[in-house]
Write a protein that binds this ligand. Structure first.
Ligand code: ITT
Length: 189
């Protein structure tokens, strides 16, 4: 079977390809001209929207990931607006650090909603993975992508950007989501 990976984010795509390589499935990239507006209010809603639209447009099974950072002291922001919080990773990180200022509550979580759609657009699987952590006062590490340099995982004593891809996979929101998703997807395809 063929599965279209419905993302335009290169960092995400790399991670998704690594997880999906465990399955006997042919991966296809989302054609650039298919763009889905993320009008949902939740990660799950947006993941379902993206998977469903891309499946219908290509006539293939599709997988979508909607993810982001939720910061407790910012009432959950940037949340579903994580990608729209600035025009570059640097911008987005600076904005979160500026809004958080010297707040002593640094608690945050990364959330990853994943959806699988059938070729007719019907959602076959939807689920969410979460990774709790803390926002550092300044960026640390140069691996990963997006908000990784400011997201610190106390149990590992490292930011996501200081972890190897394998280590990030073991603890991350996306890793949690794929752990549940892969066996279900294997059954389905
Ligand atoms: P697609 O919708 O095309 O998949 P996107 O970048 O717009 O790409 P989202 O709407 O899901 O994706 O936004 C996710 C935001 O959260 C984006 O700014 C990412 O950089 C960030 N993000 C998601 N997962 C992350 C991770 O593992 N590490 C760091 N940042 C992450």
């Amino acid at each position: 079977k063929t599965l279209v990976v419905a993302t335009g984010n290169p960092g995400k795509l790399e991670e998704m390809k690594a997880y999906l390589s465990e399955l006997d499935v042919e991966l296809q990239l989302k054609p650039d001209e298919i763009e889905v507006e993320e009008t949902g209010e939740t990660f799950i809603e947006n993941a379902c929207l993206k998977a469903s639209e891309v499946a219908k447009a290509t006539g293939q099974w599709a997988i979508a990931d909607d993810s982001g950072l939720t910061v407790d002291a910012l009432n959950g922001a940037p949340g579903v607006y994580s990608a729209r919080y600035g025009t570059s990773d640097r911008d987005r990180i600076e904005r979160v650090l500026r809004e958080l200022g010297n707040s002593s509550n640094r608690k945050a979580a990364f959330v990853c909603a994943m959806a699988i759609a059938r070729p007719d657009g019907e959602i076959a699987i939807q689920l969410e993975g979460v990774c709790p952590g803390e926002i550092l006062e300044s960026p640390k590490g140069d691996g990963g992508f997006g908000y990784d340099p400011i997201f610190y995982v106390p149990a590992e004593q490292k930011t996501f950007a200081e972890m190897s891809p394998e280590q990030k996979h073991l603890v991350s929101h996306r890793g949690q989501a794929f752990k549940v998703l892969l066996p279900q997807l294997q059954n389905l395809l």
